[in-house]
Ligand binder design. Structure first.
Ligand SMILES: [Zn+2]
Length: 516
């Protein structure tokens, strides 16, 4: 996150305002009672993450998830629909199976990268090759024919598969420092070596494909035990797989040692042409001010190395469960409470920015947006997103939240406008008060974010439940508020680099025909 040097008022909301929450407000009491005594989080999580699975844009699973959400809302008496905003390359993941078959047999941990065309069910078998020491682009061109018929290993051989915390705990300080220095030098040398080929880490892959490689073997280590980040393939016809650090570095050492290891890769997947992409929108209509909106927001899509449990399964569960509870205990809200489960956030906030572009009448009448998208942890920070008066209304709403939940939350006002990161940014750019309910990490960045380990078992349900209560109460308070929220913006500071005053972010143009 960018550091901005201008006046911010930071405070912990201690129990000074406990009087309010102690006065029994039946809606607030019932929100908690329903959340604790009749929680649907575990079953919703199971159905979404275990049964449907990851929700990569353009896949049948994404569509299943949209249909599942609409059916869930309808079963709770909430009107819901899928709104198309664009189309994407349709693709379905199949079996990935990677084995070392020479000089001995070992099944390897790895997976095909997204949108990669499949192999036949028989798969392909070939020897591995690593990149050479490159002098310049001419010598690289001369070397290129060597990749013909081989799997090319394109990631650096990491010197250790232990996370830094583990080194810090057990290594002597000297050897920890030595490892870090050596790794830094090795990484720099690796990048410079590739640069001398005339390509970079990304553009070298199509060049290898063109030169006749039979497949690409990558390994994007996420700096923890057993975790790799899994994104999209950069090849057009040949298989691209990611193999976990443990197995990848073993293969690399074997190549270096002259063992000539061979792997067998089955990576089945289906190209499904062009498919429509959606946002799932549900709402509980307002009674007094139906044209003003409180929006609950969480992206619905995920990457597909794991099942997208914390990115953004948990944000999704929070918003669904909050809606279910609100419908039950607050069925006639003053303002309309709308929930947006956005598509294709991961490729650039495409679903939410399409919604903002397509619904100016809603966006100009937003009371508040509450977005959650950084993992399973309990919310620990909320910033005013650069709205000058946010201190006034947000603090007022937070006062209604029970101490046990509120005491963990640090607020920063007026804060700064989000320029990306998640869907709240799409609304902020259009001038609407949109806030990120920001979570405690639970090792999010290394262990679950976009990794092969983003799975149900990482969910901390007590924290998620606490976020449900927080979200439902904020939605209730924002809906009931006597006044419409102010959109007055802070004057942004001077940019140190350019010397010009920073400007408010502008709405991004969504990608509505992706991956084609
Ligand atoms: Zn996310």
């Amino acid at each position: 996150m960018k550091k901005l040097f201008f006046f911010t008022l930071s405070l912990f909301l201690f129990s000074t305002f406990s009087v309010f929450s102690q006065e029994k407000n039946p809606v607030i009491e019932n929100i908690q009672k329903e959340a604790y005594e009749n929680s649907q989080l575990e079953i919703l999580g199971h159905e979404l993450l275990d049964d449907i699975g990851p929700r990569l844009v353009g896949t049948p699973q994404m569509q299943q998830a949209h249909d599942w959400a609409v059916a869930k809302y309808k079963s709770w008496g909430i009107s819901a629909e899928n709104q198309q905003w664009g189309e994407w390359k349709g693709w379905e993941r199949g079996v990935t199976h990677i084995d070392m078959v020479y000089p001995r047999i070992q099944t390897l941990d790895g997976t095909q990268l997204a949108w990669n065309p499949g192999t036949s069910s028989k798969g392909v078998t070939a020897e591995l090759i690593v990149l050479p020491e490159i002098k310049d682009s001419i010598s690289f061109k001369k070397w290129l024919p060597n990749v013909k018929g081989k799997f090319v290993m394109v990631a650096m051989k990491q010197p250790t598969g232990r996370p830094d915390e583990n080194w810090k705990e057990f290594a002597t300080p000297e050897s920890f420092e030595k490892m870090k220095t050596e790794r830094e030098e090795q990484t720099k040398a690796w990048d410079e070596n590739i640069k001398r080929s005339g390509y970079d880490r990304r553009s070298i892959i199509p060049a290898l494909e063109k030169a006749g490689a039979i497949g690409i073997v990558d390994s994007y280590w996420s700096k923890g035990f057993g975790v790799n980040k899994i994104f999209g393939a950069r090849t057009k016809k040949i298989p691209s797989v990611d193999i976990e650090l443990e197995d990848y570095t073993m293969l690399y050492r074997m190549v270096e040692h002259g063992d000539k290891p061979k792997i067998h890769v089955v990576a089945e997947s289906k190209d499904l042409g062009r498919v429509p992409t959606f946002n799932t929108i549900a709402e509980i209509k307002g009674t007094e001010k139906p044209d003003e909106y409180v929006i609950l927001s969480a992206h619905f899509d995920s990457w597909d190395g794991g099942t997208g449990a914390t990115d953004n399964g948990t944000g999704t569960l929070v918003m669904m469960e909050a809606m279910r509870i609100l419908k039950k205990v607050y069925p006639n809200p003053k303002r309309t409470i709308l929930v947006g489960h956005w598509g294709s956030e991961e490729q650039g906030l495409n679903g939410s920015s399409s919604f903002v572009a397509d619904h100016p009448e809603i966006v100009s009448n937003i009371q508040a947006v509450f977005n959650q998208d950084n993992g399973t942890g309990r919310v620990t920070s909320i910033n005013g997103a650069g709205f000058l008066q946010s201190y006034d209304y947000m603090s007022r709403w937070l006062r209604a939240v029970p101490d046990t939940i509120r005491k963990n939350i640090e607020t920063t006002f007026p804060g700064w406008p989000a320029r990306g990161g998640s869907d709240n940014a799409s609304f902020v750019a259009a001038g609407a008060p949109a806030f990120s309910l920001s979570s405690l990490s639970w090792n999010y960045w290394n262990y679950t974010w976009h990794t092969n380990r983003d799975t149900y078992d990482k969910i901390v349900f007590d924290d998620v439940r606490s976020n449900v209560i927080l979200t439902a109460i904020l939605a209730y308070m924002a809906s009931e508020d006597d006044s419409k929220t102010s959109r007055e913006q802070v004057i942004l500071p001077i940019d140190d680099k350019t010397g010009d005053r920073q400007t408010w972010p502008t709405p991004r143009v969504p990608e509505r025909k992706g991956g084609m």
